[in-house]
Ligand binder design. Structure first.
Ligand SMILES: Nc1nc2c(ncn2[C@@H]2O[C@H](COP(=O)(O)OP(=O)(O)OP(=O)(O)O)[C@@H](O)[C@H]2O)c(=O)[nH]1
Ligand SMILES: [Zn+2]
Length: 207
């Protein structure tokens, strides 16, 4: 998976590194670094070990307050975050880029509105459309900028999302391997994961 020739190299989003410390977790003792974007959003990198040399494992994770912090079973985000941190700890090196793009970029309140619509029978894509948003409003320039700042042009990307992989590759990041991160299937998120596979093309193996 080589980067495409017309990779964007100049119009980068300036991200300011504003703080760094140790972050002990049940998985390992990570380094946490906070970057501030021009819109004042604070994005986070959690990293472990020496990231130079062989392409490290990287997860580009979009914020999901309900799944990542509040144990929601409606999605697979929290499970994927755990799986990513656990695999990085096992490997002894790697990073999670935690992007503040809640609700696929539409924000928390709108995501909960979309959940309410899904409770009345819409799927995740139809719900976004009904609220006047695209199916996925995220952009990955931020992730590319962070990877450049971290001097990580070559990575092993943990994802099931073809759009994410394409966006990073198109912007000059070489993804040497796509590492699947399928976890957390349960009765509450099965229809959601099926819609992601069928409508958004995610690489998911579902029963
Ligand atoms: N708008 C909306 N956002 C959702 C919904 N469920 C989860 N999200 C958000 O979707 C984002 C996660 O996107 P996913 O497509 O599951 O995962 P991904 O990170 O793009 O792909 P993977 O790398 O394969 O995990 C997070 O920002 C969640 O808050 C939903 O029903 N509607
Ligand atoms: Zn989620």
């Amino acid at each position: 998976m080589k980067p495409v020739a017309n990779a964007r190299t100049t119009d980068r989003i300036p991200l300011e590194k504003i703080a760094e410390s140790k972050l002990p977790t049940p998985f390992a003792e990570f380094r946490i670094t906070v970057y501030r974007a021009p819109d004042e959003k604070e994005h986070v990198v959690i990293a472990l070990g020496d990231l130079s040399g062989e392409p490290p494992l990287v997860r580009v994770h979009s914020e999901c307050l309900t799944g990542d912090a509040l144990f929601s079973l409606r999605c697979d985000c929290g499970f994927q975050l755990h799986a990513a941190l656990s695999r990085i700890a096992e490997a002894g090196r790697g990073a999670v880029l935690y992007l503040r793009q809640e609700g696929r970029g539409i924000g928390l309140g709108n995501k909960i509105r979309a959940y309410a619509l899904q409770d009345t029978g819409r799927d995740t894509v139809e719900a976004n459309h009904q609220l006047g948003f695209p199916a996925d409003a995220r952009e990955y320039g931020l992730a590319v900028d962070l990877l450049r700042q971290m001097n990580l042009p070559r990575i092993r990307l943990m994802t099931n999302n073809p759009r994410k992989l394409d966006a990073l590759t198109a912007d000059g990041i070489e993804v040497t391997e796509r590492v699947p991160v399928e976890s957390g299937l349960n009765p509450h998120n099965e229809a959601y994961l099926r819609a992601k596979a069928n409508k958004l093309g995610h690489w998911l193996t579902l029963p």
